[in-house]
Ligand binder design. Structure first.
Ligand code: NDP
Length: 246
C-alpha cells in the first residue's frame, strides 16, 4: 500500500505551484486530498481531476485565506466529506514586495492574515479533528531566516512568524502525538516566481547549486514529513533552497 492509504489531507492554495504539487504528491502517496483556492477555479478543478485519476477522493474548495472564517470552514468541510482529517498543509501565500515607504496598514494586515492567521486558525481547527499521527506542515520561505535584498520586509516578517507558530504548535499538540513542522522553500519555479523572469538569474546566483527549486522538490520534503515513519520530527524547519542560505 502507498504510505498514506486511508488518510485525508487538506492543502491550502492547492490550485497552482507548490500547493498543486503537494496535493498531487499526497494523492500519489495514497491520501484523499482537499485543496483550497481563491480565484483559479479551473486550475483547482484540474488538480482535483488529477487526484481522482490516481484513484483518490478530491475536493476543490473556494476559501480565501485572508478571511477569518473561510480557512476554518475548509478544514471542517474536509473532515466532514472525507470522514477524517490527518494532514494539514498550510501553503497558500502571496508575495507583497515593494518599497518600505509604500507599505500600508491594509497590505500588512492582509499578508499577516494570509500567512499567519489563516495557518494558525486552520491548525487549531484541524487539531480538533486529528488523532495521534496527525501532521501539520506549513510552507514558510528561506527569506524568513535571511533577507538578501530590500523590498521584502513584510514578506520576511510574515514568514518568520511561522517559525514561532510551528514550535508553539509542536508543544501544544505533541502530547497528542500530532507533529507540526515548517518547510522553507527558496526560489521555486511557479507563477509567483518564474525561473525565466528577469529577476531569476540574480536569485540563481545566490544558490550553491546554481538553480531554482521545483514544486515537486518541495512536495518531496512535505511527503517525508507527513510519512508515518516521521513521527519523531516536530517543531523543526527544513530549508529546501538549493543552498541559497548556506
Ligand atoms: P503561486 O502564486 O504559484 O500559487 C499560490 C497559491 O496560493 C495558489 O493556489 C493561490 O490560489 C493560493 N492563494 C493565494 N492567495 C490566497 C488566498 N487569499 N486564499 C487562498 N488561497 C490563496 O505561489 P507558489 O506556489 O510559488 O507559493 C506557494 C507557497 O510557497 C507560498 O506560501 C509562498 O509564499 C511560498 N514560497 C514560494 C517561493 C517561490 O519562489 N515560489 C519561495 C518561498 C516560499 P489561486 O490559484 O486561486 O490564486
Amino acid at each position: 500500500h502507498p504510505p498514506l492509504t486511508g488518510t485525508s489531507a487538506l492543502v491550502t492554495g492547492g490550485s497552482r505551484g507548490i500547493g498543486a504539487a503537494i496535493a498531487r504528491r499526497l494523492a500519489a502517496d495514497g491520501a484523499d486530498v482537499a485543496l483550497t483556492y481563491v480565484s483559479a477555479e479551473e486550475r483547482a478543478k484540474e488538480v482535483a481531476e488529477d487526484i481522482r485519476a490516481l484513484g483518490r477522493r478530491a475536493l476543490a474548495i473556494r476559501a480565501d485565506s485572508a478571511s477569518p472564517t473561510e480557512p476554518v470552514e475548509a478544514v471542517h468541510r474536509t473532515a466532514r466529506e472525507f470522514g477524517r482529517l490527518d494532514i494539514l498543509v498550510n501553503n497558500a501565500g502571496i508575495f507583497p514586495a515593494g518599497p518600505l515607504e509604500e507599505l500600508t496598514p491594509d497590505t500588512i494586515d492582509r499578508a499577516l492574515a494570509v500567512h499567519v492567521r489563516a495557518a494558525l486558525l486552520a491548525a487549531q481547527a484541524a487539531a480538533g479533528h486529528m488523532r495521534a499521527g496527525g501532521r501539520i506542515v506549513t510552507i514558510g520561505s528561506n527569506l524568513a531566516d535571511r533577507v538578501p535584498r530590500s523590498g521584502i520586509t513584510l514578506y520576511a516578517a510574515s514568514k518568520s512568524a511561522l517559525n514561532g507558530l510551528t514550535k508553539g504548535l509542536a508543544r501544544d499538540l505533541g502530547p497528542r502525538g500530532i507533529t507540526a513542522n515548517l518547510v522553507h522553500p527558496g526560489s521555486t519555479d511557479t507563477d509567483m516566481n518564474p525561473a525565466d523572469s528577469d529577476r531569476a538569474d540574480g536569485q540563481r546566483a545566490l544558490t550553491a547549486l546554481g538553480r531554482y527549486g521545483t514544486p515537486e522538490g518541495i512536495a518531496a520534503t512535505v511527503a517525508h514529513l507527513v510519512h508515518p515513519d516521521a513521527g519523531g520530527t516536530t517543531g523543526a524547519a527544513f530549508t529546501v533552497d538549493a543552498g541559497a542560505n548556506a
